[in-house]
Design a protein around this ligand. Structure first.
Ligand SMILES: C[S@@+](CC[C@H](N)C(=O)[O-])C[C@H]1O[C@@H](n2cnc3c(N)ncnc32)[C@H](O)[C@@H]1O
Length: 247
């Protein structure tokens, strides 16, 4: 899969080639990463990329023209490229979106800066993506988040593809169950006995229950979309009533 990042600050991504999973996937050719500096597409000697907002107000706005010229150049080189604009006004990014984007052969990510980008840019993109309900200073960290989440779903990037299916928000739609590694005891805290039992059926049952309990505790909204057995419903209402008694 190929990513192209359109940014005014490509240096933000300097360390990405040396990070283990992503770096290895770039080296092996499973992933490809290119940058386009939006400033290179700004007309004039001074390559100005921002201007004051029409209608007044604080700060500067990123101009539409350099972004569109960069996109046109990119589309000339790669007709199949799909373009995502990182903006807090976009659809909130989640695992299902990451899964869909992992099927795109070439994904371009536009990073805004300043007080935002001239709204006309939206007419030139395929997706508008927000990474959450908060404001970043620029789209670069958001692009990194999207690229990281998408690239680990590209077959071959992760060593073991099963781990992707078991993770939070994935197939089961739940948060993941708790994980442990050695030592068996740490400051008096023990690894649950069942995980040492070697009984895979029992371990799977325990993990499912813990995933349900984790989700009920921190993300009850996710449970609305999960198919539950009668036993699981009873288990969850048991947890809930214990919770109320403790409060
Ligand atoms: C300071 S923000 C502009 C926010 C804009 N004034 C607004 O209220 O929507 C500058 C740039 O950071 C990026 N950005 C900020 N927050 C983001 C978020 N939650 N998700 C994706 N991109 C974000 C966008 O590219 C945006 O154009």
């Amino acid at each position: 899969m190929r990513f192209t990042i359109l940014t005014l600050f490509p240096e933000v991504f300097d360390s990405i080639r040396s990070t283990s999973l992503f770096g290895k996937a770039l080296e092996s050719g499973l992933l490809r990463l290119d940058f386009m500096n939006i400033r290179d597409f700004a007309p004039g000697k001074h390559r100005v990329v921002d201007d004051a907002p029409y209608g007044g107000g604080a700060g500067m706005v990123m101009k539409v023209e350099p972004v569109v010229l960069a996109l046109e150049k990119l589309r000339e080189q790669s007709a199949s490229v799909r373009v995502a604009f990182l903006t807090p006004q976009g659809k909130v990014f989640n695992q299902a979106m990451a899964q869909r984007l992992a099927g795109v052969g070439h994904l371009a990510l536009i990073c805004g800066r300043y007080e935002g980008v001239d709204d006309r840019v939206r007419s030139f993109v395929d997706y508008e993506i927000s990474v959450g309900d908060y404001i970043l200073s620029g789209g670069e960290p958001a692009a990194w988040v999207v690229m990281d989440a998408v690239s680990r779903l590209v077959p071959g990037v992760l060593g073991c593809h099963d781990s992707v299916e078991e993770e939070s928000f994935s197939k089961a739609g739940l948060l993941e169950y708790p994980q442990y590694t050695r030592p068996r005891e740490y400051r008096g805290m023990l690894v649950p006995e069942v995980l040492l039992s070697g009984d895979h059926g029992e371990i799977a049952r325990w993990r499912r229950q813990e995933a349900l309990a984790n989700t009920a505790r921190n993300r009850p909204d996710l449970l609305e979309k999960v198919e539950l057995s009668d036993t699981e419903r009873a288990f969850l209402s048991d947890i809930e009533s214990k919770h109320h008694t403790e409060e």
